[in-house]
Every structure is written in structure tokens, then in C-alpha cells.
Design a protein around this ligand. Sequence first.
Ligand code: GLP
Length: 258
Amino acid sequence: MTVIVQPTIAEAARVAAQKIAQAMRKKPNLVLGLATGSTPLRLYEELIRLHKETGLDFSRVTTFNLDEYLGLPPDHPASYRRFMQDNFFSKINLNPNHTFVPDGLTQDITRHCREYEALIKSCGGIDIQVLGIGSDGHIGFNEPTSSLASRTRDKALAEQTRRDNARFFASLDEVPHGCITMGIGTILESRKCLLLAFGQNKARVVAEAVEGPVTSMIPASALQFHADASFIVDEPAAANLKLRAYYDQAFANELLGS
Ligand code: GLP
């Protein structure tokens, strides 16, 4: 596990974007796993800037989103397909046929989830998975007690998650109770994981995920089993980390080597 602490959200987003851009230059047909929520927005802004100003080319990239609300049509203002469309897909040169988000209106959830997994495999697996973290430690929508071996499936949302995400809806009542999400097992199969976390309200859960025991009560702690997982956080989100000096030293060494 690598922890990179940056002074601001903008700088953290830049570090994450550079890692993705570097991978895209090496492998133009990169398979990118994407996340929603407010955290990755700055990363998407930075990738859009790199596309516009340096010609970063997404034409051969394929994307898979982590999750979607059950019951929301793709054009619903709070659906994750719409979020991705408005904040990222429409602003770069991705082939729309190469962007995949679980279908919240599927009539056959089991089959759709199986096909989503098969599609990821048929594209050669996810090269880099971008992740945020919920205030209860969830990744994707894998709520506490999710199996650490879980695959893409439907899942009930925790009340805390519904409350946290109510800001994207007209009222709490409108927040769906269910979702489709890649499983923790699915996420762990991606070649590289970049988890972003910003703000003081993520400090407790970041420390638990990085330095606490691996437990399904903090689903992000499963990333301790991943051979190439990085947490990229701002100062407030790093506030509870015990081994801060070590992380800073290791990142300084990484910069020296690059
Ligand atoms: C949602 C998403 C997660 C995301 C989380 C945190 O629950 N399903 O993928 O990490 O929100 O959201 P935010 O980044 O807005 O704090």
C-alpha cells in the first residue's frame, strides 16, 4: 500500500491524473475503472485539461464504472451514467460505445451483473481502478460487511450512505435503496487501484483502511491485499495517519526514481 499526501485537492488530483496519463501513453487502449461522487471530480477536470492542452488521447480507452443506483434511468440527474456523461465523457474524445456503467433499469440483475464481469474480462481486465471512499469505508457501493470476495451484484444501500448522497437528490426520500456495484473481489482484480480521499470527514476512515486490520466492516481495508494500491489524500484526510513520515519519505523516493 502506498500513501501519497498532498497539500491540496488540486495537487492530489494532479498526481492521480499524471499516473493515469502516463499509463495511457504507455498503453493507448487502457481499461480504466471509474468512480463517481464529489471526490474524483477534480481528477476528471485535470484529465480534461490534459486532453485539451496536451492532446491526451482517450480514443482507444475503455471505461467501466463501479456502480449505479437501481431504478434510475440513465438520464436521471442523479444517475451515475448521467454524472459521468456530464462531468467527463462529454468533454473528452472517448468512444461512447467504450463506456460502460451498470444498467440501473435492468430487468435481470443476476444476468446483467454476470455480463458486466464478462465484459471486463473480455477487455483484458481493468488496468487502473479509480476509487473514492464512503464515510463508512465503502468502495464502489460495497457497504460494511460486504464479502471481501464479492463480485458485481445488487446491494442494499446503508442509511448513512443514502444520507451522505441525498445532496444529489431533491430529498432523502428520492435516494434509491439499492444499487448494482462491482464487488470487492472484482476491484481487487484490477492491476492498479488509486483511491482518492479529501477532507477531514474522511480522516478516520482513511486511517482505518490503511493502518487498521483488514475487515469487511471497513471495505476499503481489503485494498491491503492489493499488490499495487495507492491512497492519494489531501492534508485534512491524512490527519489520523500514524506513519505519515514514512509515507512522505517513500513518496519522495518515488519522485527521485521517476
Ligand atoms: C458514493 C459512490 C462511491 C464514492 C462515495 C464517496 O457512495 N458509490 O464510489 O466513493 O460516494 O462520495 P464522495 O466522493 O462524494 O465523498
